[in-house]
Design a protein around this ligand. Structure first.
Ligand code: FEO
Ligand code: CA
Ligand code: CA
Length: 633
């Protein structure tokens, strides 16, 4: 099945060649800003003139920032709720219980909490039916339990596990509007206790064996599922991010070895404390369970009885998302970020080729291949629009110093300790890599570097694609593989945008790059997606205080960018205390699905139901145009 939408592209040979227009366009914008003097006034003049230009990819006027408890959109757009945390999935599932007294078993049959990355899968032969696979990243104890605190019993740990993972739901378009279908036989929860298989080079390794699973190949559950990927063969990839938050130790004398330290396991996980009530999460009693998390998990959304598979060939780290591409030779490429201060960007290339005629033939394609990590040069140091070159370094046992002397006895150990292997080969420590997407127009790869308070300390040099000390606003990096081939070992990079606040700080770096102006300010870019026309959609997970360095930015938001010109306009503002994360388009691009995660994280929101004293609920929103047009045009 050949698919071309969302985060994936890309048969580069068939793509429109924009060649170097992306670089030139952004450079021209930079030049215009400098010519106008680079001050606040000229920035807004520039914004107005760009906004009025004909031929822009962006067809709506940018909206103002907002601090209200609702979704704000351009005139002519509207939003409705598709599904919210706690929605019963099956005909006989228990109803959502806002009291927090609902059981773990009930939560296992309901939509999970804190929806994040998602992918849409059209049901073949049906224009008006599709599946949405949606991550449920973590849970808000403030709302999950009536006591509002971390789990107090094994049953409450089970309820937390049930609130995380993945929800697969059927949606149908009725009277022109996409709606959730309760009771569909496709509806499914994959949660923190669902049986899952480990496969690939690390499966069966001693470090993955536990008392409960002496084969090292069968694990219970997936959790902390951040963002996603969609394969060209019709499967969903869910990425385990902050898994170490779920582990702790009941042993006051616990020794943390280099692996536990590097992945951030600590004795008392303040937020979660699962290890107190469930020995599976206690590294004192189950030292290897933690090694069975931090993977990319492949799910067949069309088969609710299928067993998900953790693909160890893709490496173990705090996975943000997984962006699929294809080499000119037909192999699968997966770009991945490790979201932690100073961690890395990776690329996996499959050994085999994608079989587009027989999707099932790709079932185990992600089990064999080569993992690489990115190394960037210092670039040209241009303060507004730095660019440079980089290379991919292979993470294969026996190469590049990855041997027993360096602590790696096999490829399994390289993969389980991918972070440490990447350090051995001197990969570049990045400003928290979040989502990665591949342009359907020219194959360039974009990655959000969300922020990094530690840049400039902790052995993390300022420069290259990480140009700002104590980086509080973030930037979007992009690179172009040599010969426009995703199999390349070299690339050219530039920064598409450096976020900042020109209403508070004049000029670079804190005022942002020249495509930032007082009308489009934001911080902490996170979610990313391209639509079919090549618009880049940007979602934020940042400081929504609207004060100080963040004055005027309002609540978290979603923006739309034209990759060729560098222009960025604000499209959506989320409710109070939320993060905007998760994005998918209907096949006709006339409906946009957007995730609103943790509204009222610290109170103050009743989104989306707005009941008196009601709880806020993470939700997937359906965005359409009143005239039925294509989103963004
Ligand atoms: Fe789950 Fe890095 O965001
Ligand atoms: Ca994220
Ligand atoms: Ca984030």
């Amino acid at each position: 099945m050949k698919l071309l939408e969302e985060n994936q592209s890309t048969d580069l040979e068939s793509m429109v060649g924009l060649t170097r227009r992306g670089f030139i366009g952004a450079g021209a914008l930079c030049g215009a800003a400098m010519f106008l003097g680079g001050n606040l006034l000229s920035r807004s003049v520039l914004a107005d003139s760009v906004g009025a230009a004909t031929g822009s990819l962006i067809g709506f006027p940018g909206i103002a920032s907002a601090t209200t408890d609702q979704i704000t959109l351009p005139a002519g757009y509207r939003s409705t709720v598709l599904i919210s945390w706690g929605q019963p999935l099956h005909a006989d599932s228990p109803a959502f219980d806002p009291s927090g007294k609902g059981t773990a078993q009930a939560q296992e049959l309901q939509f999970g909490d804190n929806n994040d990355g998602m992918s849409l899968f059209p049901i073949p032969g049906h224009d008006d039916r599709a599946l949405l696979a949606i991550n449920n990243e973590y849970t808000n104890y403030r709302y999950l339990f009536d006591h509002g605190k971390e789990p107090q019993s094994a049953e409450e740990v089970r309820k937390a596990l049930a609130a995380e993972g993945v929800s697969v739901i059927e949606i149908q378009r009725r009277n022109g509007q996409w709606q959730f279908v309760q009771g569909s036989s496709y509806n499914r929860r994959v949660h923190g206790n669902t049986p899952i298989t480990l496969s690939g080079p690390a499966a069966g390794h001693d470090w993955l064996k536990t008392d409960a699973d002496q084969t090292g190949t069968r694990v219970l559950g997936t959790f902390q599922n951040c963002a996603n990927g969609k394969t060209p063969w019709g499967t969903y990839l869910t990425c385990e991010e902050n898994f170490t938050d779920c582990f702790g130790s009941t042993d006051p004398q616990q020794k943390f070895d280099a692996g536990l330290k590097r992945y951030g396991v600590v004795a008392a996980s303040k937020e979660i404390g699962w290890h107190i009530h469930d020995p599976r999460f206690d590294v004192a009693r189950n030292p290897n369970e933690v090694n069975r998390f931090g993977w990319v998990v492949e799910i067949d959304p069309f088969d609710p009885k299928s067993t998900p598979v953790k693909r160890t060939a893709l490496g173990r780290f705090k996975h943000e998302n997984a962006a699929l591409a294809q080499t000119k030779g037909g192999r699968a490429v997966v770009y991945m970020g490790d979201d932690e201060r100073g961690e890395f960007i990776y690329k996996f290339i499959s050994r085999g080729k994608i079989n587009h005629d027989d999707p099932k033939a790709n079932r185990n394609l992600l089990d064999q291949g080569t993992l690489y990590v990115a190394q960037f040069d210092a670039g040209d140091g241009n303060p507004d629009h730095p660019k440079g070159t980089g290379q991919w370094i292979e993470l294969t046992h026996g190469k590049n110093g990855l041997d027993a002397q360096a602590g790696f006895n096999s490829q399994a150990e390289v993969l389980i300790h991918a972070r440490m292997a990447a350090s051995v080969v001197n990969a570049t420590r990045m400003d928290r890599p979040e989502w990665i997407v591949v342009s359907p127009k020219d194959g360039q790869v974009y990655c959000t570097l969300t922020n990094n308070a530690k840049r400039g300390e902790d052995g993390q040099p300022v420069g290259g694609p990480n140009p700002r000390a104590k980086n509080q606003y973030g930037q979007i990096l992009r690179w172009r593989e040599a010969d426009d081939n995703a199999s390349a070992m070299e690339f050219e990079w530039d920064l598409f945008v450096v976020a900042g606040n020109p209403t508070v700080h004049a000029g670079t770096p804190q005022g942002g790059s020249s495509n930032i102006n007082p009308q489009n300010i934001f911080n902490s870019p996170d979610g990313l997606s391209f639509d079919a026309a090549g618009r880049l959609w940007i979602q934020t997970d940042g400081d929504s205080s609207n004060k100080g360095d963040f004055a005027g930015m309002g609540n978290n938001q979603m923006l739309c960018a034209d990759p060729a010109s560098g222009e960025i306009r604000r499209f959506l503002v989320g409710p109070i205390g939320c993060e905007v994360t998760g994005i998918s388009f209907a096949p006709d691009y006339k409906t946009l699905f957007v995730g609103i995660q943790h509204p009222g994280e610290n109170g103050g929101s009743t989104f989306p139901d707005h009941l008196p004293n009601g709880k806020p609920r993470s939700s997937v929103m359906v965005i359409t145009r009143e005239d039925g047009g294509v989103i963004g045009t």
